[in-house]
Design a protein around this ligand. Sequence first.
Ligand SMILES: NC(=O)c1ccc[n+]([C@@H]2O[C@H](COP(=O)([O-])OP(=O)(O)OC[C@H]3O[C@@H](n4cnc5c(N)ncnc54)[C@H](O)[C@@H]3O)[C@@H](O)[C@H]2O)c1
Length: 318
Amino acid sequence: MKVLANDGISQSGVKALEEAGFEVSTTTVAQEQLINYINTNAISTLLVRSATTVRQDLIDACPSLKIIGRGGVGMDNIDVEYAKSKGLHVINTPAASSQSVAELVFAHLYGGVRFLHDSNRNMPLDGDSKFKALKKNYAKGIELRGKTIGIIGFGRIGREVAKIALGVGMKVIAADMFIENAEITLDFFDGQSVKFDIATQPLEDVLKQADFISLHVPAQKDYVIGKAQFDLMKDGVGIVNAARGGVIDEVALVDALESGKVAFAGLDTFENEPTPAVKVLMNGRVSLTPHIGAATNEAQDRIGTELAEQIKSILIND
Ligand SMILES: NC(=O)c1ccc[n+]([C@@H]2O[C@H](COP(=O)([O-])OP(=O)(O)OC[C@H]3O[C@@H](n4cnc5c(N)ncnc54)[C@H](O)[C@@H]3O)[C@@H](O)[C@H]2O)c1
């Protein structure tokens, strides 16, 4: 049986599939050639990340397909319900990248409180001529320890963020539309573990109390954070969006950065991906990454091996 991993798959995923007897192709076939490639090669499993789209026309035109797999969480690029109605299995790996995203959130937070995003822009330009002036510019950093982080969306990634926050001595508060309570277990290297029970609070209360805010909600129709929500926040708050573009109103964010209401923002996701607004990209108070939350070797390995496990159990049991 043949698997096409059109947006790539980790080497460990390829290995797990090959050991189970699958033939794996990691060729990237152009979207318009995909139907032809799948039919010519009798592909039974099509694996994608976010680049390849799998719509009704492809599903209808490719009778050999049994599984569509998404390495990662969001399935916006797949007609999931339609595929299921045609008897296909649709799988993803929702938990594989949670820790990686959470670590990126802290990269933005630790960078933000010590101005690394700005310092990294200015040191190459002026580091040899204005060293002392730059040193003064970045002299008023703060620590995360002892501060309050407000986590909005307390699902898989939100809870991983909570674990790191608790580990570094922050107070954790959280808001979630559906979750009232979560038990967070911190596991340490020597086998010790500590449990925390965190009851979620109304969004407004979290916005008012938090020194830092991190968003972990799915894509939605309306902004979760717009002008009204920025107005509720503490002055000088830091905010991170590694969830989805469109969760924060970027126009309101730029205003809040310019007024000093928000001290810095860490953005991994943008309203207009893959062409984010220049006003956001050029703002010196924004720490920027190009949607790389899940892009660690460890997450990609987990994605690959989790997909391989699911494919094996579906096709071998079929
Ligand atoms: N940056 C990246 O590369 C990257 C990688 C993986 C996932 N993500 C994104 O991270 C987000 C969270 O992923 P997850 O795996 O934790 O999802 P999840 O489903 O486990 O958790 C999301 C939580 O948000 C809550 N929620 C939904 N709407 C809400 C709202 N308006 N206000 C408050 N809470 C709300 C839900 O009840 C749920 O508990 C998703 O948007 C996902 O696409 C980003």
